[in-house]
Design a protein around this ligand. Structure first.
Ligand code: PNS
Length: 189
């Protein structure tokens, strides 16, 4: 006699069997708590999030791609379902090499919309199987961008609480400012 099980019924090829992977691409120069918030919320929807640092020769970055990936790895070291990676060339080609079908982007304000709309539309025209999912940045971080973080840090302003502490220390090192000791700053890494 067959017994009823409460476990969900699995059918081969059923979406229930498939790992839901999302790619979160960006410059991440450096990663901020705004980015961290998007990743954490994306994990409520996806099984795995690949945070992918774009190697963009046109943009002069403060941190090398290797440094940026290392910081992302460190920030998410307790979360095995977050992968830090980098890619060169077209995003759609990188995504095609993974099993992801969704690109995640954070939207901070209406000013982000036009650029993001163009990018998502271009990516979709390059690969019609891909979708971009926009997530609104949390109200606590809507004013935070890597660009403003770098400017404030370079001029000696406080960026604690807006970026992970290892990023605070790495920014200070880059700008040759005194690096706080372990007990002078929360140690979240
Ligand atoms: O954090 P950013 O700088 O806004 O991220 C932009 C990024 C890296 C997602 C975008 O420039 C990108 O996808 N670059 C890879 C090259 C590419 O595919 N370009 C065509 C997109 S329209």
């Amino acid at each position: 006699m067959s017994r009823r099980s409460d476990a969900p019924r699995k059918i081969k090829g059923d979406p229930i069997d498939m790992e839901r992977i999302a790619i979160y691409p960006g410059s991440f120069d450096p990663i901020t708590y705004g980015h961290v918030d998007i990743v954490e919320r994306a994990l409520e929807i996806f099984d795995k999030v690949i945070v992918a640092v774009a190697q963009n020769e046109e943009k002069r970055a403060l941190f090398s791609v290797r440094e940026r990936v290392a910081m992302i790895k460190e920030v998410f070291k307790e979360m095995p379902n977050v992968i830090a990676d980098s890619f060169e060339g077209l995003l759609v080609e990188y995504v095609a090499k993974t099993n992801a079908k969704v690109i995640i982007r954070g939207l901070r304000a209406t000013s982000d919309f036009e650029y993001e709309f163009h990018m998502a539309s271009m990516n979709r025209s390059l690969n019609t199987h891909l979708d971009t999912l926009f997530m609104m940045t949390s109200k606590d971080y809507f004013f935070v961008s890597s660009r403003t973080i770098k400017e404030v840090a370079r001029l000696g302003g406080a960026v604690e609480g807006l970026v992970p502490n290892l990023v605070v220390r790495n920014l200070k090192k880059k700008f040759k400012l005194p690096v706080p000791k372990r007990n002078e700053i929360g140690w979240d890494d």
